[in-house]
Design a protein around this ligand. Structure first.
Ligand code: GLU
Length: 330
């Protein structure tokens, strides 16, 4: 049987400026799809209306073009097509796979006996599981607008990551039941990404290592909604000199700043290629990078981007890629 055509995606969030870390993940995802002769779709993850701004939307599109990335078809706005996301949440609720929850973040933390309450991996204690007969009952009995939480069955979720290999997560014991909508009625990232990857026909997801931990949750939602899982690959993050993710320094290391300062994007692309072991030490045309592209079969360690890289780019050179720690890819 013929393999289905690869469909990959660029899924930026227009809630701030894109930085070099985004450039790296987007470029590698795009190379991979183009190398397979597939389709690239663009999706604006613009559900968080308190943070989305039109200038960020414009900036994201300018940044992608500056990097030389293109896409097929019309971009999807999650916000404009949110009815499909709400329908999926309602469907899970109607089938008893999700339930109304009126807990505040603070109450969840207080209910957790663990000494490190507030850790990223706090487990929902199940306070509202089987507590209300319906959303209306939750609202009437608590006087609060409920969120919806996905009911996680016990058991281990397994998937194969293209770089990290076989992965296992017991979602029930490390995360617990997790929100699919918030108390202000917004569809949560975990559900939105799953529904929209399916709507856009995405079968390959390459993204940063920070989302590896979300993947088992997404697999559970796909199973519950009868959707196929894409193949996933999680890429090394870009960090600054002190090992922090660039998100914290998005403004001073943003793509917009590099562009404004006159950096040649082909040199930034050559630096990304070098860090992905495709390097030529000099800019090449996009087709040449695509022809060289291959995915490593091992996890990557993080890549540093800070003053030395910025100075090299500003003086018209291609910086050599520096790994932050851990083994280099073979
Ligand atoms: N919109 C997310 C981000 O910009 C990416 C989500 C994903 O790739 O699943 O970080």
């Amino acid at each position: 049987m013929q393999e289905p055509r690869t469909v990959g995606r660029l899924a930026p969030s227009p809630t701030g400026r894109l930085h070099v870390g985004h450039a790296r993940s987007f470029l590698i995802a795009w190379w991979s799809v183009r190398a397979a002769g597939g389709r690239v779709v663009l999706r604006l993850e613009d559900l968080d209306r308190s943070r989305v701004r039109q200038e960020y939307v414009d900036g994201v599109l300018r940044d992608l073009e500056w990097l030389g990335l293109d896409w097929d078809g019309v971009p999807l706005s999650q916000y404009e097509s949110r009815a499909a996301l709400h329908a999926a949440a309602e469907d899970l609720l109607a089938r008893g796979l999700a339930y109304p929850c009126v807990c505040t973040r603070r109450e969840v933390q207080e209910a957790i006996a663990a000494p490190h309450a507030g850790d990223v991996n706090e487990v929902y204690p199940g306070t509202c599981r089987d507590r209300f007969a319906s959303v209306q009952a939750a609202r009437a009995e608590s006087g609060r607008e409920p969120a919806l939480r996905f009911r996680v069955a016990p058991g281990v979720v397994e998937f194969d990551d293209l770089l990290h290999g076989p992965q296992r997560q017991d979602v029930a014991s490390v995360v617990g039941d997790f929100p699919i909508t918030s108390r202000d009625g917004q569809v949560a990232y975990q559900l939105a990404v799953v529904v929209d990857d399916a709507r856009q026909g995405v079968n390959e997801v390459l993204r940063g290592d920070d989302l590896l931990d979300s993947t088992a949750r997404q697999g559970l939602l796909q199973r519950a909604l009868g959707l196929a899982s894409p193949r996933w690959g999680h890429l090394g993050l870009v960090v600054d000199e002190s090992g922090r993710r660039l998100a914290k320094r998005a403004d001073d290391l943003s793509l917009e700043r590099l562009r404004d300062e006159g950096v040649d994007p082909r040199r930034l692309v050559a630096w990304i290629a070098d860090g992905f072991e495709l390097g030529a030490g000099e800019p090449l045309p996009a087709e040449a990078w695509i022809a060289r592209f291959r995915l490593p079969s091992q996890p990557e360690s993080a890549i540093r981007f800070d003053r030395p890289e910025l100075d090299a780019l500003l003086s018209g050179r291609v910086p050599a890629a520096r790994r932050s720690s851990g083994p280099r890819m073979s």
